[in-house]
Design a protein around this ligand. Structure first.
Ligand SMILES: NC(=O)c1ccc[n+]([C@@H]2O[C@H](COP(=O)([O-])OP(=O)(O)OC[C@H]3O[C@@H](n4cnc5c(N)ncnc54)[C@H](OP(=O)(O)O)[C@@H]3O)[C@@H](O)[C@H]2O)c1
Length: 280
């Protein structure tokens, strides 16, 4: 495994498994199998409504708690809930998380961020992060944070490498964790000739080349999958290195093209929505 050294001295694995849109049973299976095959980073969220299943997957893997880097996110409906963290920990079945995000700059997100800082100070979150805080939200948070976050989770892939955002993140030592790293499975990204050519050269699939590119860009990467072969492939990316010329060739794909376009209206909907959390 390769690790990223965070601005608070904590080490985070550079490759993990994401669980967005995985049903509880798929999430449990994917997490268990991933951890059994050598993963140690797992990303979930209140909003994925699979935190209990992720917790079951971790326990079923047999790995000791301290060998898993567990990341989750508070949803805006929880920002003003004084028990948000305890309820999240209870669902996951753990007494701390390794990384705690606020998921969206919606609702009373500053109260949410204060909740992260409190969790960090109390040792219940070993590191903290913001998710989808590009632009004016990060600018505002910068003037209000008491603790600089360790991570920003944002959409990033070869079609949009978040160049402008990274300049701000770099100035604070905040690392990028890319979501939609494979374009959410977009075939046109996976079929880009440059990835097919490099895949042939290194004996890897286009998806593996893309994931290696993420790690060489310095990003933590959390591809989602319910397919055990893909899960195995997605970890099997650390035994080759793209050259500088190859990284430059891939950089030509960056046209600032996003898959997901969030509107202000969606943000206010997010603030009004509460996940239907899994029952015990
Ligand atoms: N903070 C946020 O707002 C936010 C938003 C979105 C996502 N996320 C996080 O980021 C993670 C990654 O995003 P994502 O899961 O939506 O998208 P993704 O990782 O870019 O793509 C997942 C898709 O790619 C396919 N895939 C996975 N590995 C593959 C491989 N080796 N070859 C070919 N296809 C492959 C999967 O299908 P199979 O199941 O068939 O493998 C799935 O359809 C999420 O799971 C979540 O943890 C965060």
């Amino acid at each position: 495994m390769e690790y990223i050294l965070l601005n608070n001295g904590v080490k985070c694995p550079s490759v993990g498994i994401g669980t967005f849109m995985l049903s509880p049973s798929d999430a449990e299976n994917s997490v268990r199998e991933a951890l059994k095959m050598g993963y140690s980073l797992v990303d979930t969220a209140n909003a994925y409504v699979n935190e209990r299943a992720v917790g079951r997957g971790i326990r079923a893997s047999g790995l000791p708690r301290e060998e898993v880097f567990l990341s989750t996110k508070l949803w805006p409906s929880e920002y003003e809930n004084p028990n948000a963290l305890e309820e999240t920990l209870e669902r996951l079945g753990v007494d701390y998380v390794d990384l705690l995000y606020i998921h969206q700059p919606a609702g009373n997100w500053l109260a949410g961020y204060r909740r992260l800082e409190k969790a960090f100070r109390e040792g219940k979150a070993r590191s903290i992060g913001i998710s989808n805080f590009e632009g004016k939200y990060l600018e505002e948070l910068k003037t209000k944070w008491e603790i600089v976050p360790q991570f920003m989770q944002a959409e990033a892939h070869p079609y949009d490498t978040q160049k402008e955002l990274r300049e701000t993140l770099d100035s604070f030592g905040i690392r990028l964790m890319s979501w939609y790293p494979l374009g959410h499975g977009d075939k046109s990204l996976l079929k880009e000739p440059v990835f097919e050519t490099l895949g042939r050269k290194y004996g890897k699939s286009p998806a593996q080349v893309i994931l290696r590119w993420h790690t060489q860009m310095g990003f933590a990467v959390i591809p989602g999958s319910r397919n055990v072969d893909h899960i195995r492939d997605n970890l099997n990316i650390l035994d080759f290195c793209l050259t500088e010329e190859e990284m430059a060739e891939i950089a030509k794909l960056d046209a600032g093209r996003r898959y997901y376009h969030r509107t202000d209206e969606q943000l206010s909907q997010f603030a009004g929505w509460r996940p239907a959390f899994e029952k015990r």
